[in-house]
Design a protein around this ligand. Structure first.
Ligand SMILES: Nc1ncnc2c1ncn2[C@@H]1O[C@H](COP(=O)(O)OP(=O)(O)OP(=O)(O)O)[C@@H](O)[C@H]1O
Ligand SMILES: [Mg+2]
Length: 417
């Protein structure tokens, strides 16, 4: 990967030649941003001091400063910041509510510029990684970013300093536009992009590699069986479709990892090999939860009202009232009674429901939050005329009706109004 090589070169410049560098690593989630930064650091022939900050936890510069001081103390074993620390925690002595752990000297915020410029005077070069960089841009006056980038820019080779590299990692492609002018002018403008491959063959190879991972097994026979099972699993057209669908939704490798873990976790002595059904349930578990999983078990009157509401929506009514739905139901009942369909001697038309029963069904739907009130309920409106919106789409109702398997309801739902 070009980005990876560029990042390695940049860090090598900082570590071996003492350069001050800054760059952004930008790319979608799970595209390997953190991975290439880690790999670049691991490839260096001298270990630098690495300070990792995340915009999600360092909500302001004060927290960031504390974290920098903490990580510096941990990695250097010294408290460089001792002289910076002044009187603000002297009255904490004897406070029983304070953590009695090893104390770390925390400088006050006014020492931010001093602390940051002191980074180049340490015994080793420093790499500062700012994950979720865009969130750091929200800090007041972007003081931390200003100090870091200013230090990196003014760090010149041959002045007896150690190098410093500031790496901003973000998913936002427009991150640079978030910087204030004086901060932006101190940034080198170097941006590296990462992207997950989109070809299906890459993902299939990845899956194959994961599933064929070698494990120590006492039985050779089992290994052969497993290999054959994976062969047929990978070759299955349905498996391919499922993967294609998943990859089309997200290119985050971690989602795929979770799916594969789901498959392996579902293996049991009774079904020791991965199957397409396991894959689809693992894929399904990673998708958004169905908000109404039990629609098909709703009582008959409620389903009738749902169908009536779907038809009302198709006819252009965004909101429905009980009276509208009741009318629609009566009409459907009359139509089905006028042309009864007989199967094996029994009628399969719409069953009769009284107004009270339907009202109960209506209340049930409100209770399930399937019908949502569109205006504040008022005592001046009779319950039958209060306006509601259905949270379901035609597809949701269709799936529920299909699962119930009542022909009359299916006919009603698919009937053109
Ligand atoms: N090209 C790749 N080949 C193999 N594995 C990869 C590749 N890219 C990323 N990964 C793996 O995907 C996982 C997620 O990558 P990483 O944590 O670097 O993503 P990220 O871009 O930092 O995501 P986030 O924006 O959520 O921080 C890691 O386990 C990493 O090893
Ligand atoms: Mg990351």
């Amino acid at each position: 990967m070009i980005a990876s090589q560029q990042l390695k070169d940049l860090l090598a410049g900082t570590v071996t030649r003492g350069e001050g560098n800054s760059c952004f690593v930008l790319g979608p989630r799970g595209s390997g941003k953190t991975a290439i930064v880690d790999r670049a650091i691991a490839s260096l022939n001298q270990t630098p001091i690495v300070i990792r900050l995340s915009g999600h936890t360092e909500l302001n510069d004060h927290l960031a400063l504390r974290e920098i001081a903490r990580q510096l103390s941990l990695q250097t074993g010294k408290t460089y910041l001792g002289e910076l620390n002044n009187d603000d925690d002297q009255d904490d002595d004897g406070n029983p509510f304070l953590d009695a752990g090893p104390s770390i000297d925390i400088p006050p915020p006014s020492h931010l510029p001093t602390l940051v410029s002191a980074l180049t005077t340490l015994s080793q070069p420093v790499v500062v990684i700012l994950d979720a960089f865009d969130l750091f841009a929200l800090h007041a006056r972007q003081a931390l970013l200003y100090c870091l980038l200013d230090t990196a820019q003014s760090c010149r080779v041959g002045q007896g300093h150690n190098g410093i590299a500031v790496i901003g990692v973000s998913t936002r492609i427009d991150t640079i536009n978030l910087l204030e002018k004086r901060v932006k002018s101190r940034f080198s403008g170097r941006m590296l992009r990462t992207a997950a491959p989109i070809e299906l063959s890459f993902w299939m190879k990845l899956i194959e590699r994961v599933l064929r991972a070698r494990i120590e097994t006492p039985e050779e026979e089992w290994e052969l069986l497993w290999t054959l099972a994976i062969d047929s699993f990978i070759a299955d057209r349905k498996v391919l479709e499922q993967i294609q669908e998943t990859v089309a939704v997200t290119h985050d490798i971690r989602v795929l990892q979770r799916i594969l873990v789901g498959i392996v976790a579902a293996l049991a002595p009774s079904s020791p090999f991965p199957t397409c059904a396991q894959l689809s349930s693992a894929v399904h578990a990673q998708r958004i939860r169905d908000p109404f999983p039990h629609l098909s078990t709703l009582p008959y009157p409620s389903i009738c009202l749902l169908i009536a509401a779907v038809h009302a929506h198709t006819a252009g009514h965004d909101a429905v009232t009980f009276e509208m739905l009741y009318d629609a139901f009566r009409e459907q009942y009359r139509a089905s009674a006028a042309a009864p369909i007989q199967v094996a001697g029994g009628s399969i038309g719409v069953s009769r429901c009284t107004r009270e029963v339907l009202m109960r069904g209506f209340e049930h739907l409100i209770g399930e939050k399937i019908f949502i009130c569109v205006a504040a309920s008022s005592t001046s409106i009779a319950p039958g005329f209060a306006r509601y919106r259905s949270a379901l789409t035609w597809d949701d109702v269709k799936r529920a009706v299909d699962k119930m398997g009542k022909t009359s309801l299916k006919k009603w739902l698919t009937k053109a109004q």
